[in-house]
Design a protein around this ligand. Structure first.
Ligand SMILES: Nc1ncnc2c1ncn2[C@@H]1O[C@H](COP(=O)(O)OP(=O)(O)OP(=O)(O)O)[C@@H](O)[C@H]1O
Length: 263
């Protein structure tokens, strides 16, 4: 029997069909099909330069597509206006922002899309505080973001994305350069979002502490989808290029198994 819940969870939140994109006249995406359904947590994996960030940037409209279709919540991206439903955490850049903003100001900027004319009401202040609490940064609310470590900075960017209570969370390498303590906080934060029904698309280099949360993995290579299904086994640092995986019980001298998915 099909229940209402089944129908709802089949609803695609992100849909890419035959998406091609060029950057500086170089083909970077060469026909990507990707569907993320409501409530799913999907990891986008692949070697450096395989097109993960570009794929994500076509979804949020930062990179134009030269062919194919992108839909968000069933609406062609070009006509999609409901950006408050989408939280985006960009890939961290090493360049410091240099903007003299406090932690609260940065997180509040993520709430603007839910306000009328930028006026904050009680509920908006509460949402900002709740987002800071979630990532364990409430005690740093008044500090300038410049005074934070890389991991703390990343937590603030995630709080900014969560402040609008998005239905879809897109994060580009959220764990990159993040210390272990922050990684655990981020994993716990994500677990809460997923439990609350948020749909998540994550660009990752390795599944790491997020592994238990991942429903499906999509692996890119050279701008094409190489794998779409259960997270490939041994996707972790052992599956990264340069790492060979030898089964602990394999006879001495056995050839290492190369998953090859990420290389
Ligand atoms: N602005 C740009 N102009 C030209 N080429 C670009 C531009 N940005 C990215 N590229 C190229 O497009 C390809 C895909 O880049 P993309 O950042 O999407 O890969 P990625 O899989 O996210 O890699 P990484 O894991 O290193 O972040 C790379 O070869 C990259 O050099």
């Amino acid at each position: 029997m099909t229940t209402t819940e089944d129908i709802v969870s089949d609803e695609p939140v992100i849909s890419l069909r035959g998406v091609r994109a060029e950057l500086g006249s170089r083909p970077v995406l060469r026909g990507i099909d990707l569907t993320v359904r409501r409530g799913e947590v999907v990891a986008l994996l692949g070697a450096n330069g395989s097109g993960k960030s570009t794929a994500v940037r076509t979804i949020i409209g930062q990179v134009p597509v030269s062919a194919g279709q992108v839909e968000l919540f069933g609406t062609p991206r070009r006509r999609f206006r409901d950006w408050a439903r989408v939280g985006y955490v960009p890939q961290r850049t090493t360049a410091a922002g240099g903007v003299p903003a406090t932690v609260t100001e940065v997180v509040s900027s993520g709430r603007l899309s839910r306000t009328r004319f930028g006026l904050f009401r009680k509920a908006d202040h509460a949402a900002v505080r709740a987002a800071l609490d979630l990532v364990g940064m409430a005690d740093r609310a008044k500090d300038p973001v410049d005074a934070l470590s890389g991991g703390q900075h990343q937590r603030v960017l995630i709080a900014r994305a969560l402040a609008a209570a998005p239905d879809l969370l897109i994060m580009d390498e959220p764990m990159a350069g993040v210390d272990l303590a922050s990684q655990e906080i981020l994993a716990a934060t994500l677990r809460e979002q997923v439990a609350a029904g948020t749909t998540v698309l994550l660009v990752l280099h390795e599944l790491g502490p997020l592994e238990p949360l991942i429903d499906r993995a999509v692996v890119l290579r050279d701008g094409c989808v190489l794998h779409d299904g259960p997270p490939p086994e041994a996707v972790g640092q052992h599956a990264l290029p340069g790492h060979d995986h030898v089964h602990p019980h394999a006879p001495a001298g056995a050839e290492p198994i190369r998953t090859g998915l990420l290389s």
